[in-house]
Design a protein around this ligand. Structure first.
Ligand code: USQ
Length: 382
């Protein structure tokens, strides 16, 4: 298939690009280095420096990988995106091109505005470019489990059947996000659903939980192909942060009571899920929503696991609750459905002790790159 990956330089985008090229798809990557620039501006550089996108593609190609086309451009700029869509005529667009950090979006007005403009602008431009030029194209959009928030009832897979005064209607499951970043994803969903209803677009919205992991099969070919692994308070997700803290000898930073529960996913499974969505497209006028995670944990459970496995490897891992910089429930009900991707064939990589040990070994290998100044939270919600 002809696959356009928006945000193809990112933590998820780059491994996806290699994976799909490795499956002989024709891959076109578009990215404007937004996340690299924001990381530089906030002193949040990744653990392992990554070559630029052109160099990454050339390295992958030189190691026997299929070549990919690259466009360094702003996906939220309609004319720029439209040109790429017209030139390439994708059959699938995978939309990762969003500012992905909740703390960044809560840092101040400029960061909030940048998040809002980029995320909504890219989704809006994509919808229009597809509608006008490639209406048969399947849009696969990375949403987030955080759109649902932490309601006191079971979380369904995108939709809720409501019975009201004797009548029934299926609605989007209520969304109440906990950061401006997550709220832009809620707005994305609403935009897509509007254009699916009115213009018959084909959309899959993947509601992904926090992802962890340092490598995938293709990135293990050469260290220069590794994904951008962040461990700072702004771009690092909690598991990745805990791995680095364990290696650096810093007590694992549990925010508040640590009862915050989320659905987690190995980076390798993101690639599987996206490929499954691609190989099982939806019809015109259908918006399929799939909850994309493998298993649920509380922050305390994660900290315990990392501590146990780390100590088994001779690290002296401590856990410490610190003041929660976020406004979120720290002790709550959480039970989210996630059968859709399993039914499509997902074989999840679970967070076993062995998986944690391998990741800790990988971090130990890069231990000298760890900058301990990047660990403690710098952004507060209030
Ligand atoms: N947390 C800690 N200690 C830390 C870091 C985080 O206790 O050192 C807690 C947070 O307070 C939160 C939970 O761990 O309750 C998850 O935090 P996170 O930073 O791993 O995840 P989040 O900010 O929600 O965002 C990440 C990605 C985002 C994606 C989202 C999926 O950055 O792009 O959409 O995970 S989800 O969380 O399901 O919304």
């Amino acid at each position: 298939m002809k696959v356009l990956i928006l945000g193809g330089d990112g933590y998820l985008g780059w491994p996806t690009a290699m994976h799909l090229a490795g499956k002989n798809h024709e891959v076109f990557i578009m990215d404007n280095y937004l996340r690299r620039n924001m990381a530089l501006e906030t002193c949040s550089e990744a653990l392992i420096p990554a070559p630029n996108l052109h160099d990454r593609v050339n390295i992958f190609h030189s190691l026997g990988g299929k070549s990919m086309r690259v466009e360094i451009g702003d996906c939220s700029d309609y004319r720029v995106l439209e040109k790429v869509i017209c030139d390439f005529s994708p059959e699938v667009v995978i939309h990762y091109a969003e500012q992905p950090s909740a703390p960044y979006s809560m840092r101040g007005f400029d960061e909030a505005k940048r998040t809002f403009d980029n995320n909504l602008g890219t989704t809006f431009s994509l919808i229009w470019a597809v509608k006008e030029h490639v209406p048969d194209c399947h849009i696969i959009k990375l949403g987030t489990m955080g759109e649902y928030g932490t309601p006191n009832i079971d979380i369904e897979e995108g939709w809720l059947n409501v019975e009201h005064k004797g009548r029934k209607q299926k609605f989007l499951y209520p969304r109440q996000a906990g950061s401006l970043y997550h709220t832009t994803k809620v707005l994305d969903t609403d935009l897509l659903w509007f254009y699916v209803r009115v213009y018959g677009l084909r959309v899959t919205d993947l509601m992904q939980g926090p992802v962890y992991g340092l490598s995938t099969d293709e990135s293990e070919l050469d260290e220069r192909l590794l994904p951008n692994f962040h461990y700072d308070d702004i771009f690092g997700t909690v598991v990745n942060r805990f791995l680095v803290q364990a290696v650096a000898g810093i007590p694992l930073t549990v925010y508040g009571k640590g009862g915050q529960t989320r659905g987690y996913l190995n980076l390798r499974d993101t690639l599987q899920c996206v490929e499954l969505a691609m190989n099982n497209p939806v019809e015109h006028g259908e918006m399929r929503i799939l909850n994309q995670f493998a298993e649920q944990f509380s922050v305390n459970e994660l900290a315990d696991r990392v501590q146990r496995v780390g100590n088994g490897m001779g690290l002296n891992v401590k856990v410490k609750s610190i003041e929660n910089p976020r406004k979120e429930l720290e002790d709550h009900y959480y039970n989210a459905a996630h059968s859709g991707l399993l039914e499509l064939g997902l074989e999840p990589h679970l967070m076993t002790d062995d998986v944690l040990a391998v990741m800790l070994e990988q971090v130990i290998h890069h231990k000298t790159n760890i900058d301990v100044q990047k660990i403690m939270p710098r952004v507060k919600w209030k």
